[in-house]
Design a protein around this ligand. Structure first.
Ligand code: NAD
Ligand code: UGA
Length: 447
């Protein structure tokens, strides 16, 4: 069997590496038009940082895992084609700022139709609006090749930073397909691939529309939990309650559960906001404005949380940041990834720059050039947390990298301008200990 995945990104790369690891008899080709990205996948310096990924790629590359820019020839050879290209929020025309850009999906459908003359299973791995399979099908029909392709939906639920463990041991694998005989046969083929390592009871099969929609709904529910606990963090700060104690108390209710209740500077990442906007747009499109408004509030609350954090910093530093050095620790949208897409750090840095702050950023994985580009070249980059904090008025922890927990905060305090402030936007630090060193220390939702 041959599998080809179009799109060598955060999803295509790791998911195909896992299939190659678990199925040595399947040839897996990951193809992309981006030559630099493919060259990086073929080098010692992979284009994405993900714990455990490098080992798998090094083990399978050149055996049953290939990275290539020869898109059409690999598509033509494959039995199963995954489409794993980006579906970012559209920034022009109808639906600008809400609807997803489906141009890359359409482009893939056209390439597949042009390259193939035999039967294929085509799988939507990208996150797409419900009924996108219809679009793909009508492209195939336009080439009079509709009969060749069985279109399935198999959305991906991995989270960055834990992609390899999520792929190795997923909560579930979701496969949506048609209830026709050929649809069922295609679903079974893909079930058999995952079933090499995922127990059958964790492989859920549905119709295509349920599968497409479930992906958007899963992300909307997860983001909603973060916005809910962040809303409560504001109530905690106003009332003297502690958001971690509240999260613990409610999370022990088995109906609520303990996960995804960590208050923060706001969620980031390429997908939560994009996928909720997608759901908001779809709801509007289906004539359900109340539903659209309901989900839009999750984003409004996230924007509020970021602004609230910026305002707290500005207010604590006597409402003026002119010429003051501010150390920002962490720029990735979460720990264990080099991904900065929609990271709260971008927005908070922009707020503080507007106030005239002199920002110095340290992140263990994000390239300096990327941080500079995202802040219009207005920040400096440090090569350690200590270097960033030296002569600073405040330290801001914006990503929960483990190394920030164990820094020598006494030495950092000594090197800073007094009064020295520390704002823990991830609640990973021991605030009473920092206070005892001399810091003005504050967290999110903490008394
Ligand atoms: P990405 O931007 O990292 O990668 C997409 C790749 O597709 C790019 O390298 C681009 O060059 C390539 N591409 C676009 N059009 C192409 C074409 N016609 N031919 C060949 N290559 C083409 O995106 P990603 O983060 O991997 O996300 C992909 C999809 O998966 C999105 O729909 C996203 O919502 C979804 N998703 C992402 C995550 C995540 O953690 N990032 C998790 C689950 C689902
Ligand atoms: C998320 C989902 O968890 C994945 O299931 C999904 O596949 C993926 O989106 C996607 O579709 O792209 P990801 O964005 O990689 O994964 O990371 P998460 O762990 O979900 O974190 C998202 C953001 O929420 C991060 O900024 C994180 O710091 C924040 N967060 C998360 C909190 O602030 N508090 C929490 O309790 C959890």
């Amino acid at each position: 069997m041959k599998i080809c995945c179009i799109g060598a990104g955060y999803v295509g790369g790791p998911t195909m590496a896992m299939i190659a690891k678990k199925c040595h008899d399947i040839d897996v080709a990951v193809v992309d038009l981006n030559e630099a990205r493919i060259a990086a996948w073929n080098s010692d310096c992979l284009p994405i940082y993900e714990p455990g990924l490098q080992e798998i790629v090094e083990d399978r590359r050149g055996k049953n895992l290939t990275f290539s820019t020869e898109v059409k020839s690999h598509i033509k050879l494959a039995d199963i084609i995954f489409i794993s290209v980006g579906t970012p929020t559209k920034n022009y025309g109808i639906g600008a700022g809400q609807a997803p850009e489906l141009g890359y999906i359409e482009g893939c459908a056209r390439m597949i139709a042009e390259a193939c003359d035999g039967p294929k299973i085509v799988i939507e791995k990208s996150t797409v609006p419900v009924r996108t399979a219809e679009l793909v099908k009508s492209v195939f029909e336009g080439y009079e090749k509709g009969h060749l392709f069985e279109i399935l939906s198999n959305p991906e639920f991995l989270a960055e930073g834990t992609a390899i463990t999520d792929l190795e041991n997923p909560d579930r694998v979701l496969i949506g397909g048609d209830s026709t005989e050929s649809g069922k046969k295609a679903v079974q083929t893909v079930v058999d691939v995952y079933n090499r390592w995922v127990p059958r009871e964790k492989i859920v099969t549905t119709n295509v529309w349920s599968s497409e929609l479930s992906k958007l709904v899963a992300n909307a529910f997860l983001a909603q939990r973060v916005s809910s606990i962040n809303a409560i963090s504001a109530v905690c700060e106003a009332s003297g309650a502690d958001v971690e104690e509240v999260a613990n108390a409610i999370g022990m209710d088995s109906r609520i559960g303990p996960k995804f209740l960590k208050s923060s500077v706001g969620f980031g990442g390429s997908c939560f906001q994009k996928d909720i906007l997608n759901l908001v747009y779809l709801s509007g499109h289906f004539g359900l404005p109340e539903v659209a408004e309901y989900w839009n509030q999750v984003i409004t609350m996230n924007e509020y949380q970021r602004k609230r954090f910026s305002r707290k910093v500005i207010h604590s530093l006597f409402n003026t940041l002119q010429g003051k050095r501010i150390a920002v620790l962490g720029f990735a949208f979460k720990k264990d990834t080099n991904d900065t897409r929609e990271s709260a750090a971008i927005y908070i840095c922009r707020d503080l720059l507007e106030e005239g702050a002199d920002i110095v950023v340290y992140d263990p994985q994000v390239p300096a050039a990327e941080i500079k580009q995202l802040t219009n070249e207005s920040v400096k980059i440090a090569s350690s947390a200590e270097e960033a904090a030296k002569d600073a008025h405040a330290v801001l922890v914006l990503t929960e990298w483990d190394e920030f927990k164990d820094l020598d905060y006494s030495a950092i305090y000594q090197s800073m301008v007094k009064p020295a402030h520390i704002f823990d936007g991830r609640n990973i630090l021991d605030l009473p200990k920092l206070e005892s060193i001399g810091f003005n220390a504050s967290g999110v939702g903490k008394p």
